[in-house]
Write a protein that binds this ligand. Structure first.
Ligand code: AMP
Length: 227
């Protein structure tokens, strides 16, 4: 029997609206890595009505983070089923205690950090406008109404959902920054932080791709890859 394949233990980090979802799905399309998203894991538990799901819902409904011990237990339990796989963690760890707890069980090889300017993210996340009566959705960047703030069909005013308003978005981004700054510093000190900066996901992606191609053991690369 040959030596066991080396597995990649990776984390992806990025603010809401940084393109993390798109980059993660491209990574899993091109590389043989299991994608584990803490948000998906929590939503799955909520749907199934598990004990953790019921507990998680009370925090998520209040816009709060799940307590570190609960989140860590859930993530580590899930990772126990993936010991033979390379994986990419998304959304976990989100705080320093979570990163430290993860470190006690696994050695993280690389942390992909997507660094998109605050203003660009703000523009992306506040671009959605809705016509409340019909539910028609516009996006100022990709699908703008003919007249700013006005529904094309009825001429009625458009509104922004609470979540899409600039003040809410800024609050969310600031909270993300405050929580994750210590995590980024922690990984920086360990020498595993790899930051990719840019304003467009399509321009950031080839760099992430090239980096992973260099980084991942051959066994984790899928055949016939074109970025
Ligand atoms: P997300 O889909 O990543 O935005 O996660 C949805 C919600 O789940 C977040 O707003 C948090 O309440 C909770 N959550 C997800 N990941 C974590 C984590 N690592 N630590 C604590 N709470 C989390």
């Amino acid at each position: 029997m040959g030596a066991p394949a080396r597995l990649l233990r990776a984390v992806i980090m990025g603010a809401p609206g940084s393109g993390k979802g798109t980059v993660s799905s491209r990574i899993t399309k091109h590389f043989e890595l299991k994608h584990l998203s803490s948000g998906d894991l929590l939503r799955q538990n909520m749907l199934q009505g598990t004990e953790i799901g019921v507990l998680a819902k009370t925090f998520i409904d209040q816009g709060k983070l799940i307590p570190d011990d609960v989140m860590t237990r859930l993530a580590l339990h899930e990772l126990k089923n993936l010991t033979q796989c390379s994986w990419l963690l998304d959304g976990f760890p989100r705080t320093l205690p979570q990163a430290e707890a993860l470190d006690r069980t696994y050695q993280i090889d690389t942390v992909i950090n997507l660094n998109v300017p605050f203003e660009v993210i703000k523009q992306r996340l506040t671009a959605r406008w809705i016509h409340p009566a019909s539910g028609r959705v516009y996006n100022i960047e990709f699908n703008p109404p003919k007249t700013v703030g006005i529904d094309d069909l009825t001429g009625e005013p458009l509104i922004q959902r609470e979540d899409d308003k600039p003040e809410t978005v800024i609050k969310r981004l600031k909270a993300y920054e405050a929580q994750t700054e210590p995590v980024l510093e922690y990984y920086q000190k360990k020498g595993v932080l790899e930051t990719f900066s840019g304003t467009e996901t399509n321009k950031i992606w080839p760099h992430v791709y090239a980096f992973l191609q260099m980084k991942v053991p051959e066994t984790t690369q899928k055949a016939s890859i074109t970025p």
